[in-house]
Design a protein around this ligand. Structure first.
Ligand code: ADP
Ligand code: MG
Length: 252
């Protein structure tokens, strides 16, 4: 049942919409009117060639970059007039590089956000961190330094750290791209778990198995635009545009 899992126990799932999003860096028009809609409790994967604007789209959707045109809505309500920090706290992000603090323990990495931003005291934050680490199978590493963990374990800590902030939405930006092949599976399993438990997610990935088998919706971007979008079956077996056909032929 959606939202009953300890990983995703953060109230009702929300939808996320980006409408006609534009962003330029100088002369480089990186997002050229992107529309994306993620239904509450569903996972959308974003695929496309390097440089097509996938990472920039995620950064605009959580307002790390302000869109120069367009709107961002949660549950149909524009959030552009709100405090950007408020939006960022509703969205957990996991990157290719885990960015754990090396001089802190695994548990301290997870505790930090809840202590600073959710106002939890030391004991509460520790309890939350341990529970969150348990949910990613790493409670036994709570007092280890990140550098003593494998890349896959470090990424699972990064996911636990994001989940500890009780986000309503999760973004993954090539979360498995830096991992050795044998470590990818554990991280994908965790992402699959989150999808199946009804987290609203946008997943930028080159893992076509995940896109095809786990996600509800696929968005193909090229040159700052959404070229094609649809259910995984359609994208992977009945691509319409030549650009998507070419992209798939190169990676599958
Ligand atoms: P993708 O994630 O699909 O590989 P990106 O969103 O990272 O693509 O990049 C899209 C384009 O935006 C690239 O041309 C890149 O050089 C440019 N870009 C991304 N971030 C910045 C930035 N902070 N400053 C200037 N240009 C950027
Ligand atoms: Mg990228």
């Amino acid at each position: 049942m959606a939202n009953s899992h300890p990983l995703v126990d953060r109230g009702a799932a929300v939808s996320l919409t980006g409408q006609d999003l534009h962003l330029s860096f100088g002369d480089n028009h990186v997002l050229r009117g992107v529309d994306i809609h993620v239904e509450a409790g569903t996972t959308t994967t974003v695929i496309g060639p390097s440089g097509s604007g996938k990472s920039t789209l995620l950064r605009v959707l959580n307002r790390l970059h302000e869109p120069q045109q367009g709107d961002i809505l949660i549950d149909g309500r524009s959030v552009l007039k709100d405090d950007p920090d408020q939006l960022r706290r509703r969205i957990g992000m996991v990157f290719q590089q885990f960015n754990l603090f090396p001089h802190r323990t695994v548990a301290q990495n997870v505790e930090l956000g809840p202590r600073k931003l959710l106002g939890l005291d030391k004991d509460e934050a520790r309890a939350l961190a341990i529970a969150q680490l348990e949910s990613v199978g790493l409670a036994h590493k709570a007092d280890a330094r990140p550098s003593t963990l494998s890349g896959g374990q470090q990424q699972r800590v990064a996911i636990a750290r994001a989940l500890a902030m009780h986000p309503q939405i999760m973004f993954f930006d090539e979360a498995t791209s830096a991992l050795d092949p044998e470590l990818v599976k554990g991280v994908l399993a965790l992402m699959t778990d989150l999808s199946e438990q009804g987290m609203t997610m946008i997943v930028v990935t080159h893992e076509m198995g995940y896109a095809r088998d786990v996600s509800d919706h696929v968005v193909f971007m090229d040159e700052g635009m959404v070229v094609e979008t649809g259910a995984p079956e359609q994208i992977f077996t009945d691509a319409r545009s030549d650009r998507l056909k070419t992209f798939l032929s190169q990676i599958l």
